[in-house]
Design a protein around this ligand. Structure first.
Ligand SMILES: Cc1cc2nc3c(=O)[nH]c(=O)nc-3n(C[C@H](O)[C@H](O)[C@H](O)COP(=O)(O)OP(=O)(O)OC[C@H]3O[C@@H](n4cnc5c(N)ncnc54)[C@H](O)[C@@H]3O)c2cc1C
Length: 417
């Protein structure tokens, strides 16, 4: 696929809207026909976002034979096709820092490995702190990041002006700069995994909603879809913000909740902004794409809870205000596109991953807040290695659903949005 084909048609994908024809061709190229849905599979991955596809890919790489992915809509219809493509290792917990170091390497290598252009741009991430509390948070995080091998630095206003001259530094306490953080174009990651799955014999069935499950006591027997049932005893639930809905079909109650998050893209400008600029206090983030557009979003806590991928004018007001406070010269810019997707929020800002006490053969892979895209390459690998070899037990215990019952909640302060 040429770069032109990859970019044309990007824009607000409204619910139930069909993507433009050229994009549609790319979406269906690596998917299977509903009539070929198998009667049984060794493992069924529910959800064809980046988490599900990355997991299916690594399962196939590890030699698992009959892997099937079932997706209710088209590829990229969920958060994986609607996000900002930020890939950073600047986190406040050792677990996230280490995982993201590995995920960054996988992202950097993705284009070569999968033979698809992902527009990977290593311009760094610049986190701004405008209050003493935020400054203290950043300082603690940077210390931990450096202890874990990252090149992150605490920088003052003078350095900020050198790194990103258009950023307003009045009132700035301190900033952290991670030169190895990056931004990518998300869609080719999804297509790349789907293609690699297809090449390894994984059936990726789009427009195949899961409507229920067959269970026998504590065992899963089958995944029921609109196109028929697939007998299996191994299910990976990778349905992002829809996960509570799917888990409820299995009698499980999950604590994660969908939250609409909006984002927009402006007309193109000559390159002027190297890093992605972010402010943890307001949730503002903004980066300049390789096509010159400013792409960004902001926290909007007044959004009602629920599965809602629409856009609003209110968001444009909030975003403009925060963006102009940070990059005043953006004032004359025109917004060309805006769209929305769902964050998958958990009570402690960390994901829910691993097996459950209630059902054998079920693995949860959800609750990735607004940072699951960057985590997917490493998480797909970890989950597959766990399923095949029982590896990474410690990680999966830490991130298990059980922690909400035992009260062993985790903390992560570098959350955007
Ligand atoms: C606006 C926005 C900006 C973001 N920015 C970033 C960022 O910069 N960096 C980052 O790392 N992350 C970002 N994120 C978060 C990131 O996009 C998600 O965490 C990640 O894509 C989650 O991947 P997933 O595969 O788990 O979920 P999804 O991509 O949502 O996939 C879940 C899939 O499950 C399918 N499904 C639902 N119900 C069923 C059913 N009954 N049967 C079958 N399939 C079903 C859905 O159709 C969907 O395709 C952002 C998110 C949004 C919305």
């Amino acid at each position: 696929m040429s770069e032109r084909e990859a970019t044309e048609g990007e824009g607000p994908l409204l619910d139930n809207a069909r993507p433009p024809a050229n994009v549609h061709d790319a979406l269906v190229a690596h998917t299977a026909r509903p009539q070929d849905l198998p009667a049984r599979a060794d493992c069924v991955v529910v959800g064809g976002g980046i988490m599900g596809l990355a997991t299916a890919f690594h399962l196939a790489e590890l030699g698992v034979k009959d892997v099937v992915v079932v997706e209710k809509s088209y590829l990229c219809s969920g958060a994986s096709g609607r996000n900002g493509g930020g890939v950073r290792a600047q986190w406040s917990s050792e677990t996230n820092i280490r995982l993201m170091r590995e995920s960054q390497d996988l992202c950097a290598d993705f284009a070569t490995r999968m033979r698809i252009n992902v527009w990977y741009r290593k311009g760094g991430y610049l986190f701004l702190a405008r209050s003493p509390e935020r400054a203290a948070q950043l300082e603690a995080s940077v210390q931990l990041q450096r202890a874990n091998g990252l090149r992150t630095e605490l920088v003052d206003a003078v350095r900020v002006k050198r790194i990103a001259p258009e950023v307003e530094t009045t009132g700035l306490e301190v900033a952290s700069y991670g030169p190895d953080d990056a931004v990518v174009f998300p869609w080719p990651f999804v297509w790349g995994y789907a293609k690699a799955c297809a090449e390894r014999g994984v059936g990726v069935f789009t427009h195949t909603p899961v409507t229920g499950f067959e269970t026998d006591g504590r065992r899963i027997r089958a995944v029921v879809t609109e196109a028929g049932a697939i007998a299996t005893d191994q299910v990976v639930l990778a349905t992002g913000a829809w996960s509570p809905e799917l888990a409820a079909m299995l009698g499980l109650s999950l604590p994660n909740r969908p939250h609409r998050h909006e984002i927009c893209s402006t007309e193109s400008l000559k390159p002027f902004l190297r890093p992605l600029v972010a402010d943890l206090a307001t949730g503002l983030y903004c980066s300049q794409s390789m096509r010159g557009e400013l792409v960004g979003g902001v926290s909007n806590e007044r959004v009602p809870e629920g599965l809602d991928q629409r856009s609003s004018l209110r968001f444009l007001g909030l975003y403009s205000r925060e963006l102009l406070r940070t990059i005043p010269r953006a004032g004359g810019l025109r917004v060309l596109r805006q769209w929305g997707g769902c964050y998958d929020l958990t009570p402690d800002g960390n994901p829910i991953v691993g097996r459950t006490d209630e059902l054998e053969g079920l693995v949860l892979l959800c609750g990735f807040m607004g940072h699951g895209f960057m985590m997917a390459p490493v998480m797909g690998k970890r989950v597959a290695e766990h399923l095949v070899r029982g590896a990474h037990r410690e990680l999966f215990e830490r991130w298990s659903l059980t922690r909400y019952r035992t009260g062993k909640l985790l903390e992560e302060t570098m959350i955007l949005g």
